[in-house]
Every structure is written in C-alpha cells, then in structure tokens.
Design a protein around this ligand. Structure first.
Ligand code: NAD
Length: 341
C-alpha cells in the first residue's frame, strides 16, 4: 500500500491505495507487468468468457476495467460501477462500448488503434486468396483420401491477379489491403464516407467510387467499416443484386455489417461466387444457411490473432489504463475531448 496523488480530469483525489482494475482475461506477461505495477488487479482466468452477472458483480468496486470485445460496457454496467474511471477494450472496434454513456458517467473509454492494421489486412488478404482459389475445399479433399490425382478441370477458382478489388471503409486496415493488391496488379476502387487525400489515392493506386459502382465493378468486395447504425446490414440483398455473379465477399470488419440470411440466399441463388467471413452477426453462432456451403470460408474472428499483434493490443490497453492513473491523458481515449482531458 502506498499513497498516490491522483490528478484526474475532474478533481484531485488523494488515494490511499492502489486503484483497482478488473481485467477480463489474463492478457499477456508484457501487459500484466504494466497493470500489476500500477493497480491492484483482478484477472478473470476461467476458460469461458466472463458471464455478464459476474462482470457486473466484479466491476462494482473497480476504478478501471480492461475488457474484450465480448463484454458490453453500457448504461447498466456504468450505473453499477460507480467508481469506474476508465473502460478499455482490447480491440480497435469499440461497438461493445457505449461511448456517450461513458462520457455521461465521466468514464474514459479507450481502444487499440493502429497496432493491428497490417496483421488484419494480411488476414483479409488470406481470406481473399483462399476463397478465390478454393484452398479449404482442396485441403478437405486431400484429407478425405478420395483425390484421384491431377485433372484439368478440378477445383477451378477465379483469378486474383489483374482483377478489381473493391474496399468498403478506407481507413487504416482498408488502406493496408490496398497496399497488398498492388503486387497482384489489381485495380483498386474504394468507398468511404470520407474521400482520401489525392496524394494517398495516387500512392495506393486507388480510385474513389460510389457504393453502386463499387458493387457493380468489383471482383472482390472487402469490408473494413466499423459497426455503426449506418453500417449495420450495409451488405444485404440489394447489394447482392448489384454484385457480379463471379464476385467474392470478404468480411473481416464486424458481423452485423452483412445480413447473413441475405448472404445465404444470394449464394444459394448463385448471385455471387462465394464469401469468406471472419466475423458473424451473432457470435459465436453462424447462420445455418452458411455452415454447410462449400462456397463459404468461415474463420473464428482471428484476423488480428498473431502473437505479436495480440500482445501489442494488450500492452496498449494496459498503457492507456496506467496513463490515466498517473494523471496523464490516455493516448487512445475515445472521449478525451468530450471529457475535457
Ligand atoms: N476481424 C477482426 O479481428 C478485426 C480486427 C481489426 C479490426 N476489425 C474491424 O475493422 C474495423 C475497421 O478498423 P480500422 O482500424 O481500419 O478503422 P478506421 O477507423 O481506420 O477505418 C474505418 C473507415 O470506415 C469509414 N466509414 C465509417 N462509416 C462508413 C460508412 N457508413 N460508409 C463508408 N465508410 C465508412 C471511416 O470513414 C474510416 O475511413 C474496426 O472498426 C473493427 O470493427 C476487425
């Protein structure tokens, strides 16, 4: 126990003991080292995700919460956790955090931007290649022991090189995907609420397109928008009507950006050639119409899952939490301005 003079954004508080943090996973040693120094830490160490009731019970007396995208930080939690000053998610997407509610409760909300861009873009590229070249089908065939040997028309896919890649959401990760496409001599078109600077378009060989043009002209449509009310079911039956019958959809953003029922129907009616999904509308569930399809690749939300990147994300979340209780502005606060930090 030692005395820390905590200078935060709304008052000066003399704290007689270390602040308390609830961390809903044991994270990684590098992140634990930061937290253990600054806080009295309670880690949720059970193999299953923390049940909501446990989360609400354990967060009640905490000064900070470091959570995953599977935990919701909402009005209910914030009303219970009356001492809470910070809620940090170990993810760049923060649709699990009600940021305006955090601001109302004077809770700093943080996320982990920038450290997972290349890793996530790598994985979107992996999915794009794998669905076009029928990698998973080929692997299953080999393992089944029924492959009769080479033949001319086996598992014909679609070319990647020289095709048109349509990127929806041209932020950090979308731009990373564009960079990967240049080596494959692809034409890159993108749609975003905000048009990129001309210099960046030139550097990435990317053309801005309206949504209709992008859907009609792309051989691959890859999604990189955050989940917002405006992006929920952004890709639904109307979008599949516009896409090429030979086109593939790749989703590494958030599940609800795609209407899964509409996707299953579009595939059944051969309106598009295939889809590769890393995220789902109601994780961990997958729409039953997608599970048995060979023209679909399903991965378990692992686009940022490398040792290096997940460690960087955890360290960033820990650093943000530590910063606030050292009287500094957390580098990745979502509501710093709103709170006057
Ligand atoms: N599958 C995974 O494991 C994984 C990993 C990392 C990120 N993600 C998801 O990817 C998303 C993007 O991450 P990022 O770091 O590139 O974010 P970012 O903020 O850098 O980029 C998002 C882009 O989407 C644009 N956008 C927002 N609303 C739009 C709309 N209605 N129409 C068109 N464009 C719109 C924004 O202007 C921005 O350019 C995250 O929010 C997260 O949900 C998933």
């Amino acid at each position: 126990m030692y005395s820390v003079r905590l200078r935060n954004y709304f008052c000066e508080v003399a704290v007689a003991e270390k602040p308390k943090v609830l961390v809903t996973r044991p994270l990684f040693p590098a992140a634990r080292a930061i937290l253990d120094q600054q806080f009295e830490v309670e880690y949720w160490t059970h193999p299953e995700r923390i049940p909501r009731a446990e989360l609400l019970k354990r967060v009640e007396d905490k000064d900070a919460l470091v959570c995953l995208l599977t935990e919701k930080v909402d009005e209910e939690l914030l009303s219970i956790a009356r001492k809470l000053r910070l809620a940090g998610t170990v993810s760049v997407g923060y649709d699990n955090i009600d940021v305006p509610a955090c601001t109302r409760h004077k809770v700093v909300a943080t996320h982990t931007p920038g450290v997972l861009d290349e890793t996530t873009a790598d994985f979107a590229w992996t999915l794009l290649m794998a669905i076009a070249r029928r990698l998973v089908e080929g692997d299953a065939w080999m393992r089944s022991g029924t492959w009769p040997g080479w033949d001319l028309d086996q598992l014909l896919g679609g070319d990647v090189w020289g095709k048109t890649l349509g990127i929806i959401g041209f932020g950090r990760i979308g731009r990373g995907l564009a960079r990967r496409a240049t080596g494959f001599q692809m034409r890159v078109i993108y749609h975003d609420g905000v048009r990129a600077a001309a210099g960046l378009e030139t550097e990435l060989h990317a053309e801005f397109a309206d949504m209709d043009t992008l859907l009609r002209e792309s051989d691959f449509v890859s999604l990189h928008v955050p989940l917002l009310p405006a992006t929920r079911h952004l890709i639904s039956s109307a979008a599949f009507e516009k896409m090429k019958r030979t086109a593939y959809l790749v989703n590494t953003s958030r599940g609800p950006v795609v209407d899964e029922a509409a996707l299953a129907e579009a595939l059944e009616q051969k309106k598009i050639a295939g889809a590769a999904l890393d995220v789902y509308e109601q994780e961990p569930k997958v729409h039953p119409g997608l599970v048995s399809r060979k023209d679909v690749i399903l991965t378990p939300h692992i686009a940022s899952a490398t040792v290096e990147t997940r460690t960087r994300m955890a360290v960033m979340a820990a650093t943000n939490a530590a910063a606030l209780f050292e009287g500094k502005r957390p580098p990745n606060a979502l509501n710093a301005d709103a709170l006057g930090l």
